[in-house]
Design a protein around this ligand. Sequence first.
Ligand code: SAH
Ligand code: MG
Length: 217
Amino acid sequence: MPAAAPTPEIMAAFEAAKGFMPAHEGLALYAAAVEAGGLGLPLLEVGTYCGRSTVLLADAARRAGVTALTVDHHRGSEEQQPGWEYHDPETVDPELGVMDTLPTFRRTLHRAGLEEHVVALVGRSPQVASVWNSPLGLVFIDGGHTDEHANADYEGWAPHVADGGLLVIHDVFPDPADEFTGQAPYHVYLRALASGAFTEVSVTDSLRVLRRTGTGI
Ligand code: SAH
Ligand code: MG
């Protein structure tokens, strides 16, 4: 069976959104999300930013009749702050002078016609995870890139991936020469494989898809 692909309209909404997900990796995320949606459980993303990847998860959730959840404090990662390489001045709240990607995210989803398929969880990932207690069909980790954040995302969310569900990790760079914001996601990916709970399904550049095939986390 060929991998599920988004319609040209959804791809256009994805391409129009600000963010850090290349199209070919987005297609792999979409195919994984459609497949995982078949479990009938919610799909959860850590790292909403302006909703670029959320568009794909939301459309996959719509197709499957499930809900997409997306977690972000909307204050930006370290490398997105003013003065840093990945900073976008348009993401700064002019009144407060701090980053706020929530308004842009909401515009992205509205323009894509996908608002009703998404629940946005606004807060720190470990804090949201600490009050979360139900199984997920897919967990997509694309949040903070420090060791502290990436490990907390794994520890907080990977245990909720249902049996047969998928754990997707972005920005996995095994070669330190290729990294752009550190190798924490790579270390988390190795940790997931070493746990014995996950088996690799696919590799698309820095996007890794793993399936829950065992216990151990
Ligand atoms: N998935 C997005 C990119 C996410 S960028 C896309 O497709 O474009 C990473 C995001 O993670 C940022 O918006 C940042 O605010 C968020 N983030 C970083 N650390 C976080 C934490 N501990 N809790 C919640 N969100 C966090
Ligand atoms: Mg990323």
